[in-house]
Design a protein around this ligand. Structure first.
Ligand code: HEC
Ligand code: HEC
Length: 92
């Protein structure tokens, strides 16, 4: 098969999509749910098949923004809608 101009354009677009995809992915930077005494129970619950949405509300008993403060630029603040902690902080 002869590769014509149109094919090269098509291949160029495919390559660009792949490059863009890898550029935006990169390694996960958000901290994972720690594997310590406070958090291991949640790692276990999720491993046992509990839904993230069932475990998320349990975080705020400690992480209420008062007992444990969130970083200044934390993308989610307590008070409004229930926070999906585990959507960003993955269990391990
Ligand atoms: C029993 C209290 C308690 C509960 C419940 C709790 N945490 Fe924590 N969490 C802590 C404490 C204390 C720290 C600070 C530990 C430290 O800095 O070493 C912490 C730190 C963290 C950190 C930062 C870890 C790091 O590497 O700096 C993340 C992320 C986190 N918690 C997520 C969660 C999520 C998600 C939940 C709910 C599934 C949750 N925590 C429930 C007490 C709790
Ligand atoms: C939209 C994504 C998102 C949600 C939802 C979210 N976080 Fe975070 N969180 C981040 C990012 C990003 C950082 C700053 C980068 C980092 O340190 O992981 C952070 C930082 C933290 C830290 C400080 C880590 C440190 O450096 O000491 C804690 C503790 C934490 N989050 C707990 C929680 C808890 C508990 C919830 C749910 C109540 C939650 N987060 C919901 C994205 C999120």
């Amino acid at each position: 098969m002869k590769i014509g101009r149109r094919d090269w354009i098509f291949l160029g677009i495919v390559a660009a999509v792949f490059i863009a995809f890898f550029a935006i992915s990169g390694p996960e930077k958000t901290k994972k749910l720690p594997k310590d005494a406070d958090h291991q129970q949640f790692n276990e619950m999720l491993k046992a098949g509990k839904k993230k949405s069932e475990v998320d509300p349990l975080c705020e008993s400690c992480h209420d923004g008062v007992k444990i403060k969130f970083p200044e630029k934390h993308p989610a603040k307590p008070g409004g809608a229930p926070m999906r902690c585990l959507f960003c902080h993955k269990s391990q």
